[in-house]
Ligand binder design. Structure first.
Ligand code: EPZ
Length: 423
């Protein structure tokens, strides 16, 4: 397992290119199951999660060719489809559950392993399965697999009220509803930019979808979808992550491809902390207004609120803020595992259930720390960039799930960082 070595203290200056969004590409890929014609995704990120989804779709019968160093995915799905999504692949990545809706839509039945929990939470699928059941699917859980069957062979439109604006459930129902008989309305739908991107791609394939980006999405089912070529939207979580690098270290960094509309609530908090964000012709430029950032309170919410996927990274910034910040994690039940690691670096953090109180210190001190999940891993790297001395982050395979070329991107703006192979 590799580690990443960070020596803190350098100011960061220059440009960082933002890749295509992992959390857009993962629901876009299963859309290939909805058509016999080719679906090509451009601006795809080269990540281990994308490789896992590729492996899963190929096991179902999709042909997928990765081109241009993994940034173009040429997919097609004609001929026989295997509707059994195996536990050995699904357990590696929860987003594997996004094949359930498309398989039901295309084949009328599916056997998809439950993904199981992960470090940040139990990750149940009740909102997904309740919605599909309202569309006429019979779903039984047997030996860890969801055995699903569309009554009469085809799903039917339904009005579905979500108890929570679940991103994955919104995506699964949207994918399933494109080929259902009749119209499906999702109330309290997720509003993330990745939902809008999925709707754009499905419309390019001939789907009839309205309201994406609002809380009410209507999908009028059609009999078939055709192929398309679709550019994956920029990754707002990667964008927010790298915006924090100059915020934590000082200097000025331009994030190429960054758009304010992707990070609205996050930028409001950066502004309150004393970070200046300026739109440029090529993206967003970020720098600290003065020496030390100010403490701010953060509560994670569904989009357009503050993203849970940026909570760990924001905590790294607030560890050295002037004052005390309260972070409330309202999306996942166990998403403060980076806190004990930051405490090893001298941070003052008190975690009580879903709330973390961070009392800012002048400087963190480098230390050996361990990545526990994807966003925690990058939060530790950000903390190490500004800490005194050397920080060694172990188990960086978590990082490879969601960040392409993180060492190269940070070295490119002056960070003293390297990846070391461990036995
Ligand atoms: C997506 O996960 C993202 N993953 C997550 O990013 C992100 O943190 C999350 O949305 C919230 O924004 C992908 O897009 C691949 P949810 P998802 O369904 O769809 C509960 C990362 O770091 N829930 O909105 O699984 C659930 O337990 C990852 O890139 C149910 O109770 O998120 C959680 O507490 C981490 N029942 C909350 O809702 C359900 O049926 C949010 O889940 C579904 C969800």
């Amino acid at each position: 397992m590799d580690s990443i070595l960070v020596r803190g203290g350098s100011e960061l200056n220059g440009q960082i290119p933002i890749a295509g969004a992992k959390n857009a590409c993962l629901p876009l890929m299963p859309a290939t199951l909805l058509s016999e014609e080719p679906l090509t995704l451009t601006n795809a990120p080269r990540l281990s999660d994308i490789r896992t989804m590729t492996e899963l779709l190929q096991s179902l019968g999709a042909e997928i060719t990765s081109l241009q160093d993994g940034h173009v995915l040429a997919m097609s799905c004609h001929g026989d489809i295997n509707t059994h999504a195996d536990y050995d692949i699904v357990r590696k990545m929860r987003a594997s559950n996004l094949v359930l809706g498309p398989l039901l839509a295309r084949e009328g039945h599916a056997e998809v392993s439950l993904p199981g929990g992960c470090a940040i939470g139990a990750r149940p699928m009740d909102i997904h399965t309740d919605g599909l059941t309202q569309m006429g699917a019979e779903i039984d859980l047997r030996d860890g697999y969801l055995h699903a069957k569309a009554q009469g062979g085809r799903l039917k439109g339904a009005v579905i009220d979500f108890p929570f604006a679940s991103v994955g459930a919104t995506e699964n129902i949207m994918l399933a509803a494109t080929l259902a008989k009749g119209t499906t309305v999702i109330n309290n739908a997720a509003r993330e930019p990745e939902i809008i991107d999925l709707a754009r791609c499905l419309r390019a394939m001939g789907a009839h979808i309205d309201g994406d980006g609002t809380s009410t999405i209507a999908i009028e089912g059609v009999d078939r979808l055709h192929g398309a070529t679709h550019p994956v939207v920029a990754d707002r979580i990667e964008l927010g992550t790298y915006m924090l690098a100059p915020a934590i270290c000082g200097g000025e960094v331009e994030l190429l491809g960054g758009k304010l509309e992707l990070v609205g609530a996050f930028c409001e908090k950066l502004d309150a902390a004393g970070i200046e964000v300026t739109e440029t012709a090529r993206g967003l430029k970020v720098k600290r207004r003065n020496g030390r950032v100010s403490a701010v309170d953060v509560t994670t919410e569904p989009f357009p609120g503050f993203p849970t996927d940026l909570q760990a990274q924001m905590m790294a910034l607030l560890c050295t803020a002037d004052g005390t910040s309260v972070l409330e994690e309202k999306i996942f039940e166990n998403r403060f595992m980076h806190a004990p690691e930051l405490i090893r670096m001298g941070a003052k953090i008190d975690v009580q259930g879903g709330q973390a109180t961070v009392t800012g210190v002048e400087k963190l001190k480098g230390a050996p720390v361990m990545a526990t999940d994807l966003r925690a891993s990058v939060s530790l790297i950000l903390a190490g960039l500004a800490a005194e001395g050397e920080t060694k982050v172990s188990r960086v395979y978590h990082l490879d799930r969601g960040y392409e070329h993180v060492v190269a991107k940070l070295r490119g703006v002056g960070a003293n960082i390297e990846r070391i192979k461990e036995s």
